[in-house]
Ligand binder design. Structure first.
Ligand SMILES: [Ca+2]
Ligand SMILES: [Ca+2]
Length: 539
């Protein structure tokens, strides 16, 4: 396969490749933030059998997408924002690059003007710790905060596309110079912010702030983001949608006018529906009075309103593509970066019937929606039940656009599944790694999460709680993780554990692993199971 470059398009090579593979599509990739798998009504209905009109959330546009496209029932992200974003951008496991968690703005070697110790990344945080007032047998590993700009990233791999980034970045060390969307290969970034969350009202001043967050930071001004040109819509989700629609319109107009003949790639990363829970009052009022409130544990009117504005956004993008006459030439992708948030009080949402939510490695934390649609090419409202992973998106988009898949990716192209959702594929192996004690409670024992790693091989998934426990589930037959097979299938359990530890040893630098706490006092621990160091193969 030939690499498409800007040069080769000018030379007309695009035509010969297009003849083989069909016209190279535009790509509109919508990444929702914290959208749980059953937050889309069509997904909730698929898993629970409840009719859509009995559900609380209203997602008619996303439901239409599910009805027209290919919807994946076993698509995996990571447990939190930044790790999934790093994996999407590179096609590689995020832990390989030190993206083991998502942090707020915290001191790093770089932003404190300190030299990084030998073997460390300047953008590793000095320490990240939840405020947990409990005994912890393991202390936290480290995390990186800025994605290495020398890596092959989505916009670089789709080099023949004009590209734009809009929305939440969270991969740039919170404003580090040289690590922002334009530094990673995007041609334009009409509005972006390098943080985990944003206010939904009156955000612009904050996004445009140039004052350095730490005076020792070795750059002149902060590169946290840009809210784009005024005026702004009142609500962030609507404003980013306005900008995304304008980008599509201008790319279509440029192509028609012969000004820029390249297909376009819009990577639109919403802040919705991440906390803070904020939405326009009239939308919230509508949901407060909706009789379906409480169905599937969904009862937060503000959250329902946030989901509604996200859904409107999807509808407006489809409308813009249709109005521009390019829907048939465009692959539309919708996914989320982690499961829905259950840990706020009151809870934002519920990932029922899946166990756990954001921050958990259980299915509710990492299984997310993925819908892909290109009318006339991929779609038909089929469900694909083959497991896939966010590391697959870069190789998939590369293959679809006639570009080379970089040799070091961990994912594979799932184009065969888009072409035939019932296609048989060889069983896959997936890994997760989360070396932190977390304030979010474990869905089974109700105690703050300990460091966890996990592996899925074929149908079986092993979750390793570093405190000393392994649980094993048959995800195909037990997707809601109700029956632990660890005792009944010790050989399978040990085989997966060995494979997981071998992967950690080969791919994750030691500083991104948890460390035994020398001061751990079991007498003061609420855990009903003892500390057992299972790191055997890692030593
Ligand atoms: Ca997220
Ligand atoms: Ca739940």
């Amino acid at each position: 396969m030939r690499m498409i470059t800007k040069h080769s398009i000018l030379l007309g090579l695009w035509v010969s490749i297009a003849a083989v593979q069909g016209k190279t599509p535009n790509v509109v990739f919508i990444l929702a933030d914290d959208l749980g798998i059953t937050d889309i009504a069509a997904y909730a209905s698929h898993f629970t059998g409840k009719p859509i009109d009995e559900l609380y959330y209203e997602t008619p546009h996303m439901d239409r997408l599910v009805g027209k496209g290919v919807a994946f029932s076993q698509f995996y992200a990571n447990q939190l924002c930044a790790p999934t974003r790093a994996a999407l951008m590179t096609g590689q496991y995020a832990a390989r690059h030190g993206f083991t968690t998502a942090t707020p703005l915290l001191p790093t070697y770089y932003n404190q003007g300190m030299p990084a110790p030998e073997g460390f990344n300047p953008h590793d945080v000095l320490g990240h710790k939840d405020n947990i007032n409990k005994q912890q047998a393991w202390t936290n590993g480290r995390t990186n905060t800025a994605l290495d700009p020398s890596l092959q990233t989505l916009p670089k791999v789709l080099g023949g596309h004009r590209s734009a980034f809009i929305g939440k970045w969270h991969l740039g060390g919170h404003g580090a110079k040289g690590f922002q969307p334009l530094d990673q290969g995007f041609d334009e970034a009409p509005a972006w912010f390098d943080a985990g969350g944003s206010a939904y009202f009156k955000w612009a001043k904050h996004w445009d702030k140039k004052r350095l967050p730490y005076p020792e930071m070795p750059q002149k001004e902060s590169h946290m983001g840009s809210a784009g040109s005024a005026p702004h819509a009142a609500y962030l989700t609507d404003d980013l949608t306005d900008r995304a629609v304008r980008y599509i319109e201008s790319a279509v107009a440029d192509r028609k006018a012969g000004k820029d003949k390249r297909p376009f790639f819009l990577y639109f990363n919403h802040f919705a529906v991440h906390t803070p829970l904020q939405a326009p009052a009239e939308t919230v009022a509508y949901f407060k009075n909706k009789p379906q409130k409480g169905t599937l544990g969904h009862n937060n009117a503000t959250y329902a309103a946030m989901v509604k504005h996200l859904d409107d956004s999807v509808g407006r993008l489809i409308q813009a593509l249709e109005a521009g006459g390019v829907m048939e030439d465009t692959l539309l992708v919708l996914t989320s970066d982690n499961g829905g948030v259950e840990y706020t009080n009151p809870a934002a949402t519920d990932n029922f019937p899946f166990k756990g939510g954001k921050a958990c490695l259980h299915e509710g934390g990492v299984r997310v929606p993925l819908v892909c649609w290109q009318p006339g090419r991929f779609g038909g409202g089929a469900w694909c039940d083959t497991p896939a992973n966010c590391i697959d998106m870069l190789p998939t988009l590369a293959a679809l656009t006639g570009n080379n898949i970089p040799g070091n990716v961990d994912g594979i192209s799932i184009v065969p599944l888009l072409e035939n959702p019932a296609a048989k594929m060889s069983p896959r192996t997936f890994y997760w790694h989360y070396p932190f004690n977390v304030i979010v409670n474990h869905p089974d024992n109700g105690l703050p999460l300990t460091p966890h790693s996990a592996i899925r091989v074929g149908d079986h998934k092993l979750l390793w709680d570093w405190h000393g426990k392994m649980v094993l589930y048959d995800i195909r037959n037990d997707p809601y993780e109700e029956t632990d097979l660890a005792e009944g299938m010790p050989e399978k359990r040990d085989q997966l554990m060995k494979q997981l530890q071998a992967w950690l040893k080969d791919h994750v630098a030691p500083r991104y692993l948890p460390v035994r706490n020398p001061n751990y006092d079991a007498e003061k621990d609420d855990r009903k199971y003892p500390l057992v160091d299972l790191t055997g193969a890692l030593k």
